[in-house]
Each structure stands twice: as structure tokens, then as C-alpha cells.
Design a binder for this molecule. Sequence first.
Ligand SMILES: [Zn+2]
Length: 339
Amino acid sequence: MRTTVMYGAGDVRVEEVPDPVLEAPTDAIVRVVRTCVCGSDLHPYRTMPASGQGTRMGHEFLGVVEDLGPAVAGLNRGDLVVASFAYQDNTCDFCREGVQTSCRHGGFFNTAQAEFVRVPQAAGTLVPLPVGEDSPLLPSLLTLADVYGTGYHAAKRAKVDPRTTVTVIGDGAVGLLAVLSARQLGAERIILMGRHKSRTKLGVEFGATDVVAERGEEGVARVRELTGGDGTHAVLEAVGYRAAYEQALGVVRAGGVISRVGVPQYDDGPIGWGLFGGNVTLTGGPAPVRAYIDELLPAVLDGTVEPGRVFDRTVGLDGVPDGYRAMDRREALKVLVRP
Ligand SMILES: [Zn+2]
């Protein structure tokens, strides 16, 4: 089969590798119908040291079950399924507590930008979809694998509800879907911090009431101005750079919550009076998206929400290297792949 391999910063190739096979009775093999490039794939795309061996890529996919291990219950060959970007048994104590990304038998996918994927813990990871392979809903359904569930996780962790004012930092796919999620959870004031006009325009369609294009101290001052000097109850940080965290500290209201879902690209940052002085809660982490798929699925199926609008380019597997380049140069928001 063909798969995506990254050999270093800016060096993504599509290569032939052996087809995956069942390795454990709890595995399934899925033929990928849709996959995509994630904003988090851009971090290694910018920083990975050159390597002769390369690393396979991709963690978002939906597809058709081709083969099943004897211990997989609840799935059949031929089912169209979506996977969460982390696999899990969905039955252990951590899974039951809603942190599936910390599952005792779990892990993270990194081979999904390919024609086939081996899925460990298939019963706890794959969710059957009641549509066909030709459904126009596939892009929106694919967002359940990561970006929609991740935006939703940010909002849930920040306890967003109709009484909450919200700032979303970042106008990538996760930031825009954090806006959509905050709106779904009832927030009426949602300030989106982002400077790419075509993206913030979609953010407004998803429910943002204000857009702040300024960054850093200027951006903080602008959000403060919009909120009577107080900042917002919830700050959903969907970028991952230290500057975005500092911006979050600047716009959070006393007693509020900073919820981070951008993978942090830093280990050190201010946790002193700026965080402590306002009784601010700092939370967030890799989203246990499996916990949210059942909850988010109905509104996708009935068309109430269209999270798939974050995809603005579609390529085949051969187009994946160009897809990375386009996202890196901000020419594409999110690239959908049809292997
Ligand atoms: Zn588990």
C-alpha cells in the first residue's frame, strides 16, 4: 500500500510499504476512505531533524472495516467507521473517567495518511457511521476524529455554558471548531483572536461575535476593551506556542479558566502571580475525543452543524506533500485526503 513518510522538516514523501495485518485479536484493519493533515503535523514539518529512516504520519481517518480480530465485538466487515486519533479500550478506569487518551491499553495513531490502517483496540476505538462511502457528510464526520472533538474538549474543560464569555485563541481548524463548540454549549459572547481574514470569517459563521486580529499586548488590550476591562471567563487556547499561553493569561477573567488544546511547544512559562493572582484554573490536554463522538454525531448527521467546512482543499495521497506545504504556507486551512 502507499503511505506518507516524513524524513525531516519540509520533506514529506509518499511511499510503498507492506499492507498492515492483524497483530492482536483486538485489532482491525481499516481501508481509509478519508484522512487529512493536522495542524499538529506542521510542528514536525517545521522542526524535525533530517532522518534516513523517516516517520510515518497521520492520525485522523474514517474508512471501511476490511478485517477484524476474533476479540472485536460490535463491528462488522464492511462497516464505515470513524476512529478517534488516540486508540483506547474504552473500558478501563481512565476511559470510564473520561480520559481515554490516558487509556491503560491505549496509544496514538501515526500511520493514518495511508491506504490502510491497523487499528489496535478496535472495539473501543471505531465508531460505526450510518452513512455510505459517498455521503457528502464525510468531511464533517472526519472532524470527529480530532479537530472537532478537540475544540469541544477545550470548551468542556473550560466549563463553557450560556453564562460564560469566551475567548478563542487561534484561527486554525481547532480554534474555529472551539468557536462552534462554545456556541453549541450556549455561549453568547465569543471573541476569536486570529488574523487570517478568510478563517475568522468562517469563525464568525460558526458563532464568533467579535474578531480580534491584533496579537500580543495589543491583542490583550483589545479583548480587555471589549469586556469592560475584565477579560473572559473561558479562554480556549488552540495554538500551542508560549506566546499564545501568555496571551491567554492576559485575557482571562479573575476566577476564569484557561483551557489549552494546542500541543505545547514550550516547557517553561509564567505560572506566578499572573495565574495565581486571579484564581485562574489552567487545564486542557490531548482531547479524549472518543468520549465526545456519540454526543457530537447527531447534529453532524442532521446537518445542524457543518464542522467539515474547515476543509478548504482536497488531494489524493500523491498530493499529500503539497498539502503539507499549502498548510505550512497558510494557503490552505486544512487539507482533506482521499487515498
Ligand atoms: Zn482504557
